[in-house]
Design a protein around this ligand. Sequence first.
Ligand code: GDP
Length: 440
Amino acid sequence: MFEDLSSKLDKAFQSLKGEARITEVNIAETVREIRRALLDADVNYEVARQFTNDVKEQVLGSDVLTSVNPGQQFTKIVHDNLVETFGGEKADIAQAQTPPTVILIAGLQGSGKTTFTGKLARHLKQEHKRNPLLAAADVYRPAAVDQLKTLASSIDVPVYSIEQKDAVRVAKEAVSMAKSLALDTVIIDTAGRLHVDEEMMNEVAEIKEAVNPHEILFVVDSMTGQDAVNTAKEFNERIDYDGVVLTKLDGDTRGGAALSIKTVVNKPIKFVSTGEKLDALSPFYPDRMAQRILGMGDVVSFVEKAQKEFDEKEAEKLQKKIKSDKFDLNDFLEQIQKIKKMGDFGDLVNMIPGASKALDTADIDDDAFKPIEAIILSMTPEERQNPELLNGSRRRRIAKGSGTTVREINQLMKQFDQMKKMMKTMSKMSKAGRALQGLK
Ligand code: GDP
């Protein structure tokens, strides 16, 4: 899912690689490519236009952080806008104060309503310890009732159905039945048609009126792209549902419906379904979906962590020190301590694009810092500022004090020198990245 969009966005960011700063000129091509990528993904035209305008405005208006490069910063902004486009926060389904909670499922025939009814029952039972009752209100297709019964028996959930073709009655009686059996949730599967028609809408509206559901979920096949968005609009105008369920995302390589629905209909996506099996259902997390599309979720958390740990002014000071060769062991120690605060070392290296390839992280972890810290802490302030003072006898003293060996100290000093050199040449990587590279 979203494969095309992912690779096209990735390509769009490539053109920013190597740029030291963000300017109106150098982002123009990237912005254009993002818009093209969205339109190719069958995203609603207006949504794509608004999205790229917002991104452009935010990119140009953002403070330039020296600890991240323009490509990373751009990615973060696109990420944040994708999250917004997907609805921002994860939206939960309602739960009644006094049970049973009544959930009405609506949508076109073939959208995956009946399958979703079973999946939702399973999800609520397993994840939320709820006891659902399914109501077979798709009364016109005998096969639909049978399908629901088969699904229900596989997850050991009861179904309410009647012989008569009266959907409103099924729904009402199912609610009464749940009350008498002390079941806390009723999920009503309704009849769909191949296209939106009055009769179907009237029936769903009548059921809504009769049972006053706590939650109405509209189920739509995401593979139908912009048709899905139009159907979503029509159903919403008629029954004012609470949330959208996107099905068949496993077959949707473009993702246009997913990216357009929230903006066009202003109702959140609450679940996504990614297969025919009953466990192929997940609550919808806008942030995770955005990260998945960008295939760069790790960069997003890296930027967030870097923003938290590295003060901009301090970063500039450090930059100057590096340039004028004044970066000393005190600074080195400080950087190590900051990196340690940012979290697991291996994870951190993996967050930096390319760094995990350049560094063998398998044998480096937090413990790798301990002897380094001990050695630096055993030096006098003078020695830390002027590492060239470290002659043989001083090194022996430090080895004793830090519980290390002279060989380890020699190694560290060699690494420190290499790191300083590398830092000077690597102006494009983030500060954290530079520090990490130098530790190798
Ligand atoms: P209804 O007419 O709306 O009740 O739709 P159904 O629940 O009968 O689903 C129609 C078809 O789509 C069935 O063959 C389902 O197995 C299939 N289906 C439902 N959800 C998904 C999904 O997320 N992915 C895939 N690949 N197939 C699905």
